[in-house]
Design a protein around this ligand. Structure first.
Ligand code: BEZ
Length: 211
């Protein structure tokens, strides 16, 4: 069965552009984003990998380590890195895993045979410090992902983990957040000193607590 939210993220050891990596050691107590791309030397993938390099500082701010993977070998990734720099202006600043024997692709269900029998689809897995899967997204090969959205979800996940709040539709950094319905009003007053407004008994907004 496909990996689901709350499942333990499978550990693995694999070669990468930065040498051999064991996922759990690489992540330590950080958050992680493991994302697959279908194939090296392809246009959409080139733009995506450059964009993740551009956003690396944003992932760092969120104590989040990024890791790319495809079924191509590391030797191919290393040949491609120069193209990514030429095309996007970004030097690769995070590891790209090689997976020629499809070990990682198998563990994470990154090959969808009815879409393509041999290439990985565009999967994203956010992994929490507890090594549990917090987010899965799957895009087709023809659509480049929006990595700003991955950052937005990380912000939401980290607020939920640290403050027992959730984020409403189209939420963005700085907008009000929602207090978990399980927290009674008395407790909410103590926990959220900036106050809250009640729209319905189960819908209470409070200013973003970490600002
Ligand atoms: C691309 O990155 O452009 C791509 C990769 C594999 C299949 C189709 C498109």
């Amino acid at each position: 069965m496909a990996l689901q939210l709350g499942d333990e993220a499978p550990n693995f050891t694999a070669d990468s552009t930065d040498g051999e990596i064991t996922l759990y050691d690489y992540l330590g107590d950080s958050w992680g984003v493991l994302f697959s791309h279908p194939k090296d030397f392809t246009p959409v993938c080139t733009t995506e990998l450059g964009e993740v390099a551009r956003l690396k500082g944003e992932f760092d701010k969120r104590k989040t380590k990024v890791l790319g993977v495809s079924v191509d070998p590391v030797s191919s990734h290393k040949d491609w890195v120069g193209d990514i720099k030429d095309a996007t202006g970004q030097a690769l600043n995070y590891p790209l895993l090689g997976d020629p024997d499809r070990k990682i692709a198998g563990l994470y269900g990154m090959i969808h045979p009815n879409a393509d029998n041999s290439l990985t689809v565009r999967s994203v897995f956010v992994i929490g410090p507890d090594k549990k899967v917090k987010l899965t997204i799957t895009y087709p090969a023809s659509t480049g992902r929006n990595f700003e959205e991955i950052l937005r979800v990380l912000d939401s996940l980290q607020l939920a983990a640290n403050y027992s709040v959730s984020t409403p539709v189209n939420w963005k950094e700085g907008d009000d957040v929602i207090i978990a319905p399980a927290i009674p009003d008395d407790e909410a007053r103590a926990k959220f000193p900036k106050g809250f407004r009640t729209v319905k008994k189960y819908l209470r907004y409070t200013p973003q607590p970490n600002r």
